[in-house]
Write a protein that binds this ligand. Structure first.
Ligand SMILES: NC(=O)c1ccc[n+]([C@@H]2O[C@H](COP(=O)([O-])OP(=O)(O)OC[C@H]3O[C@@H](n4cnc5c(N)ncnc54)[C@H](O)[C@@H]3O)[C@@H](O)[C@H]2O)c1
Length: 372
């Protein structure tokens, strides 16, 4: 299915830096990408494609493009996009992204960009040869809470980073959920880490964000199927990484649990001087750092100083809550930074090196040799 007038009829008047954007896969996550593309002056949505005609038509009509397709190759040929968003299930990412690069487009691909490191290299090599960019969606790196922790680290407020823990709790076995329905096959079950593979990229790029300088030397990964049965290969990950950075030992912890509640996504960074925590599903940031001027206060003054800090953090957290920023606000920031970079010819905010380090860690923790 296509709209013959797709290429020109609905094109908005574009500033010189406006890039032509197309989307492959208009399922769940596409609402975030398409919402950005509809609202941004940096992008002109020229096409939407989904294997399901009704899904593609709904997305095209709702987000304002007459370029509605069920065949990705046809959409790319007819709309000639500068950027294609690949938002399909993970097993199809590499093939679709390669064909977008062949057509001369940059590719913004949902995580995981590729199921394994060698396949990611294939993609990145092709992009380099075509002088195009492949950008994997590392959206949570751009959430306010993670930015606040990264700023605190950069300012030296935590001292030397010594431990990073990324913890996600999701009720993926919920009977009404999209992963647990035996009658609704979901390709994610066939990924190397099953359903957990759908989330592990998030855990890993966040770890790497705070430890990019670390050489991980010892890894132990406990993959479990606590809920049993054949549908889920695993539903739990408990992984410890121990490595060395320029300033000594660093520990990493990646945790995915389907058993604990409430659903949460927590990032904790511990340094030699203090620590910071953020919750990405709820707007929450807490910093526990030495006071300006350093040194210990007497115990009572210390309690007062801590109370004031907590009060200030609480006030800011209420503000974040009232702002009702969705957990996907980082995705919109990433897209905006990416479109700005592509228009300016500068390096996009997610680099090949970050993608390679992320995929390397995932491959390493999937290695049967490190299983406990
Ligand atoms: N970054 C995030 O926070 C985040 C959140 C959710 C999902 N995701 C990722 O986004 C991707 C998609 O997830 P989803 O939840 O939107 O899945 P979904 O199943 O809701 O949607 C995928 C859509 O792609 C379509 N599709 C499949 N193959 C296609 C093809 N060859 N051509 C055109 N359309 C095709 C399907 O018909 C479906 O409508 C996954 O990689 C997932 O891990 C990322």
């Amino acid at each position: 299915m296509t709209s013959s007038s797709a290429t020109n009829a609905t094109r908005r008047t574009a500033a010189t830096s406006t890039l032509r954007a197309a989307v492959i896969g208009s399922g769940g996550i596409s609402a975030q990408h398409l919402g950005y593309l509809r609202d941004s002056a940096r992008a002109d949505l020229v096409g939407v494609c989904d294997l399901s005609p009704i899904t593609a038509r709904y997305a095209g009509e709702f987000y304002g493009t007459a370029g509605i397709f069920t065949d990705a190759a046809q959409m790319i040929a007819e709309t000639r996009p500068d950027v294609v968003h690949v938002l399909t299930p993970p097993s199809s990412h590499v093939g679709l992204a390669l064909s977008c690069l062949d057509a001369g487009a940059h590719v913004l691909v949902e995580k995981p960009a590729a199921p394994t490191l060698p396949e990611l290299h294939t993609l990145l090599d092709k992009a380099a040869a075509a002088d195009r960019h492949v950008i994997e969606n590392h959206n949570y790196r751009f959430n306010d809470g993670v930015v606040a922790l990264a700023d605190a680290v950069a300012a030296g407020r935590l001292g030397t980073v010594r431990e990073v823990e990324i913890r996600m709790a999701l009720d993926i076995r919920s009977p009404g959920g999209r992963f647990a329905d035996e009658n609704l096959p979901n390709g994610i079950h066939k990924m190397p880490a099953g359903v957990v593979h759908d989330f592990i990229t998030h855990l890993t790029y966040l770890l790497d964000h705070f430890t990019s300088h670390v050489d991980w030397q010892r890894i132990a990964a406990g993959w479990s199927n606590h809920g049993g049965g054949d549908l889920f290969t695993v539903d739990d990950l408990d992984c410890t990484l121990i490595g060395h950075g320029p300033e000594g030992a660093v520990h990493g912890k990646l945790r995915f649990s389907a058993l604990t509640g409430p659903e949460q996504f927590m990032v904790t960074v511990r340094g030699s001087e203090g620590f910071g925590v953020t919750e990405l599903f709820q707007p929450y940031v807490e910093l526990n750092v030495p006071r300006a001027g350093g040194g210990q206060l007497s115990p009572i003054a210390n309690h007062i100083a801590n109370g004031r800090t907590r009060f200030g953090e609480g006030f800011r957290n209420v503000g974040r809550k009232l702002m009702q920023r969705s957990p996907y606000h980082g995705l919109h920031q990433l897209l905006d930074d990416t479109y700005a970079a592509l228009a300016d010819g500068t390096e996009p905010p997610v680099t090949p090196e970050q993608m390679i380090r992320t995929a390397s860690i995932i491959d390493a923790i999937l290695d049967p040799e490190v299983r406990v």
